[in-house]
Design a protein around this ligand. Sequence first.
Ligand code: GLC
Length: 527
Amino acid sequence: MVEWWKQSVFYEIYMPSFKDGNGDGIGDFSGITSKLDYLKELGIDGLWLTPFYPSPKVDNGYDIADYYEIDSDYGTMEDFELLIKEAHQGGIKVIADLVLNHTSSEHKWFKESRSNKDHPKRDWYIWRDEPNNWESFFGDTAWEYDQVTNQYYYHAFAKEQVDLNWANPDVKEAMFDVMKFWLEKGVDGFRLDVINFLKVNDRFIDNPFDADKNEQNHLYDKDQEGILTIIEQIAEFVHQYPDKFLVGEVGSEDIGILKQFSGLGKLDVVFNFNIGSIEKFDAGRLFEQLSETEKAYDEHQVPTLFFSSHDMSRFISRFGGDEDRAKAVAALMLTAKGVPFLYFGDEIGMRDWITDDIEKMKDVQGLMGYKLALEAGKTAEEALAIANEKSRDKSRTPMRWNASGNVGFSDAEPWITIPNDAMKVNVAEQENDPASMLSFYKKLLHLRKEHSALRLGEYEELRYDEGMISYIKKDHSERIRVLLNFSNQERVLNVGNDAVLLLATKQESPESGRILANEAMLIKEGL
Ligand code: GLC
């Protein structure tokens, strides 16, 4: 039996932005439940929900203040349970985002830890008399001085996100209890946030400076010795429960590092940032990373395929805004080897949002960039450009359900304000248009359901030729050739007589025997 997740397409929901069910301007569980029919029709199999636990939301929920409750912005525990129940009835799995690396500074564990040096929870976090040179991933020092006990605590991200000390076995036990709680509530697994950060160097050696990149090289604050043992323990714990799935966010674009974290006895998959986070569109580079991954992975390892997330620019914008190219990239994501993770709104071609007013920026990383730029003597205009570059608000704007005012969030002020004309795309307009991006995604997702070779096939060949990525996916029942012409030139097709065209993204009836520039084609061939 093939594990369910190996043939699933996941859909990431950024909690505050998907669908508001109670009219307060913030997305919530009842909103998501009301859109389950939309998701079923789209053809996805699993949802990844970003953190929904009570949180001061300094980093939009990645700062958890209570691991056992639901944030009231998103509804109640009953609303959560209803979503799980109805999703399962509709054949959709649900995985929860879980932050094991740090808690909010508002969490009671941290309040206890900071209260005095002798508190039993003191050692649950990382306290030192003197800071070292480690920098936070959001910028500036990673150490915060705390007056209560005259020591510094460590935070890899914002100072309100305090790193737990995973060298202490009690921390692990506490987090296993958390996982048990949510597994028993019915979640189908977890997306584990910054999971390679759990261990830091126990001698606190200063990080070196990378002169080429002009930034600190984070050599001693992630991927440290012992991390794989923790990963194995987490995997063992979660996999005691049948059919539960683990995807890890391993912050690295290095396939050599990524490959250590998944496979037998480890996480089921990790996010392949080596493929997914390419900055500018580059078909050659994309091909290279696909084939490097294919070479690096063993028979128990499966890649993931994604190009957007709540931490990244939306790929349609990042890759130049061309819809045909975006369709061909989507075709790759849904037919190449791996588990796809779609990001909400990409299926209608939502674009990045850039603000001209720093007052409208919400993201902690963008705001930190702004502050540090001003401190470094930049003008307000330069600082805003830097902040926009770093800000992750760009892909976090609310789902465009229709063309009206507050982007489908009733009349309430949405949690993030964007001008009404900033995005022209919306679900209502695309739903009945066979030529729309949404119709294209549906077609592709349904083809994937019909053809097991697209979901589970191995590569018979994987090739690159002057801008064209092509491969054949093959399983016991069929062979499907996928052609992705990312070049600016049309090409002659060389396919056998028994070939059946399953999909062409540009030509309606491609009698020409050609594939156009920026076109994707799926062709079924004889075995
Ligand atoms: C992960 C999350 C990101 C968050 C960070 C700190 O990278 O995806 O949104 O800011 O972890 O928790």
